[in-house]
Design a protein around this ligand. Structure first.
Ligand code: HEC
Ligand code: HEC
Ligand code: HEC
Ligand code: HEC
Ligand code: HEC
Length: 449
């Protein structure tokens, strides 16, 4: 187990050549004035600025759930538990790199309107020239702050700023700096890059940039050259329903086309992750759920949820929904709530549904959504890997008094950023936990008497 490199992260090179590593308690050499705000790029990069503003990376500090988690949970926890003290600055290293690099820790709340609100801005990515790690994680960026922007076109010229061509800009390692994270306990609590690296897309040379930044003919700047593949800055992910939709194929098969009352029908649901370059869910897997809801409705009966058939692997109980089970008890001590028993583990996911997830466990062995308080998260991993297929089985008993007609079996694959129970507990906007449809399938069986 490697000690997390939180405080080795964020090395800044000021005015090309002067090396200024940031140490704990040291006065940083940089101020916000060393970085330009995205507003200043609008005149010439209008569309790129518009795209970026709508992306989650522009909201990495201001997005309501991020603000709540930092100020209600992580910061108070860091101030009372020495083991996790480093996250006071650590969260900010990825969510507001300018605040981190300028030593504005903790930054002011969002309402104060400081430049911490800029999140992962243009100048963050376009100042990074490398990483201190072979395989990056935990904001291990090396930034060169000299007014010029990193780019990929040797023939690009701008009257407004210098351009330095770096291969690093086009490398998935740039993304790994923030998309892979190790907890203070050494657990890999985000590993989208490592999942990608071990999967088929890395071998085929398909980068993060190829799936999350679309490329199209046009100009990258007003006054720039016409180019065949300009990189657009949409960065769509799970917060964009159209990106999520259809990312997993879903097909249903029944072992018969007709059935009689009293018979059992066996239905198989086949799920194929053909579009994500990593597991689904990926990223903040401590709180993400993907679940399959299978219902059956007869000609004379309302739709009822059919529970998945267990496969019998260790820890499987965490992957079968049961809203009555309590979890996330560590929030009680952090938020100083006496006799806190926890909140529903699975929120409103109907009982018996298969959940594709990876549970995280705190030092007391309880399930947690506090990724920084995670000791273990590898024992149970029932997510769907890139190009992996998973098959689930359902047994449907046709009632002995069923009327003749059609039995409709419907499968819905749904996704949520956080359990509804957590959204209500922390009073987050409803859209943070609202289920998003990934796919649907229907199969009809004739009931004959
Ligand atoms: C006065 C106009 C202007 C402004 C303002 C401006 N740029 Fe540019 N920028 C350009 C031009 C022109 C190019 C060259 C485009 C080309 O040739 O394709 C360019 C290119 C770039 C490139 C790509 C270089 C490459 O080789 O890939 C980056 C990155 C960039 N600018 C970032 C920024 C950022 C960040 C800001 C705001 C802080 C900004 N620019 C403000 C005009 C501008
Ligand atoms: C999360 C990191 C990130 C952020 C934030 C970001 N960029 Fe980029 N930018 C990139 C990457 C990566 C590329 C090159 C893409 C590739 O290799 O296909 C790029 C390319 C560019 C280019 C050249 C276009 C091309 O075809 O390569 C311009 C211009 C640019 N960015 C401007 C901006 C501006 C302006 C902003 C802020 C509104 C911004 N970038 C924010 C990562 C970022
Ligand atoms: C400086 C840190 C940093 C770098 C570098 C970075 N990201 Fe991010 N990224 C973040 C943070 C923080 C979030 C989460 C924002 C939130 O949910 O508040 C995020 C979110 C995202 C999302 C999620 C969008 C969604 O809808 O859920 C995508 C996709 C993404 N980044 C792609 C990339 C790609 C591709 C690269 C490399 C070209 C990259 N990022 C580089 C910090 C970074
Ligand atoms: C083959 C295309 C592909 C590649 C390559 C790819 N992604 Fe994705 N990614 C997707 C799709 C599709 C989604 C939406 C479904 C989902 O949320 O998993 C997604 C979702 C995400 C999310 C949101 C995850 C969540 O559940 O909150 C992040 C963050 C992300 N990608 C980052 C990356 C990074 C970083 C890389 C490179 C290491 C990368 N992606 C490579 C296709 C790709
Ligand atoms: C190594 C970089 C890194 C560190 C350190 C980090 N984060 Fe994040 N965080 C990310 C990225 C990247 C995502 C987006 C992943 C995804 O889309 O699934 C994210 C997502 C989140 C989300 C989820 C947003 C959503 O829409 O569901 C919250 C909340 C959050 N982070 C808070 C924190 C807090 C609090 C800390 C400190 C304890 C922290 N982060 C530390 C990179 C980081």
């Amino acid at each position: 187990m490697q000690f997390p490199r939180c405080f080795l992260g964020g090395i800044a090179m000021v005015f090309a050549g002067v090396f200024a590593p940031l140490g704990a308690g040291e006065t940083p050499a940089l101020t916000y004035d060393n970085f330009e705000s995205p507003q200043r790029c609008t005149a010439c990069h209008k569309e790129i600025v518009q795209e970026w503003r709508q992306s989650l990376m522009a909201q990495a500090y201001t997005h309501p759930w991020d603000e709540q988690e930092y100020f209600k949970l992580a910061l108070p926890h860091a101030l009372k538990d020495a083991k996790v003290a480093e996250v006071k600055a650590g969260c900010i290293g990825c969510h507001s790199p300018l605040a981190f690099l300028t030593g504005d820790i903790p930054p002011q709340r969002v309402a104060a309107g400081t430049r911490a609100n800029e999140g992962v801005s243009c100048d963050v990515c376009h100042s990074i020239t490398g990483t201190t790690e072979e395989e990056p994680f935990n904001f291990s960026y090396i930034t060169e702050v000299d007014g010029s922007k990193t780019g990929r076109y040797p023939d690009a010229k701008s009257s407004r700023h210098g351009i330095k061509v770096t291969e690093f800009l086009g490398s998935p390692k740039l993304c790994a700096i923030c998309h892979d994270e190790q907890s203070p306990y050494g657990a890999w609590v985000k590993e989208t890059y490592r999942e990608w690296k071990a999967g088929p897309y890395a071998k085929e040379g398909v980068r993060c940039q190829d799936c999350h930044m679309y490329h199209a003919p046009g100009k990258a700047a007003l006054g720039g050259k016409e180019r065949p593949r300009v990189a657009r800055h949409t960065f769509h992910g799970s917060h964009t329903p159209s990106k999520l939709a259809g990312s997993v194929d879903l097909a249903l098969y029944a072992d018969r086309t007709t059935a009689e009352p009293g018979e059992d029908i066996v239905v198989r649901a086949v799920l194929f992750n053909g579009k994500t370059g990593h597991y689904i869910p990926s990223g903040s897997t401590e709180e993400r759920m993907l679940w399959l809801e299978v219902t059956a409705a007869g000609p004379d009966a309302a739709a009822r949820v059919i529970p998945v058939e267990p496969k019998g692997f260790p820890g499987e109980e965490y992957t079968i929904a049961d809203g009555s089970i309590l979890a996330y008890q560590d929030m009680g001590a952090i938020m100083e709530i006496e006799n806190f028993k926890g909140i529903s583990r699975d929120g409103d996911v109907p009982k018996g549904c298969r959940i594709f997830r990876r549970p995280f466990f705190d030092p007391q062995g309880r399930m947690t959504i506090c990724q920084w308080n995670t000791v273990k998260n590898t024992a149970i991993d029932y997510r769907i890997g890139p190009r992996e297929t998973k098959i689930e089985r359902y047994a449907i008993a046709v009632p002995t008094d069923a009327a003749a007609g059609e039995l409709t079996v419907r499968a819905r694959l749904l996704y949520s950023q956080i359990p509804t129970s957590l959204g209500r507990f922390l009073q987050l906007p409803a859209e943070e936990s609202a289920p998003i449809t990934v796919n649907e399938a229907v199969i009809v069986i004739a009931i004959e008497k």
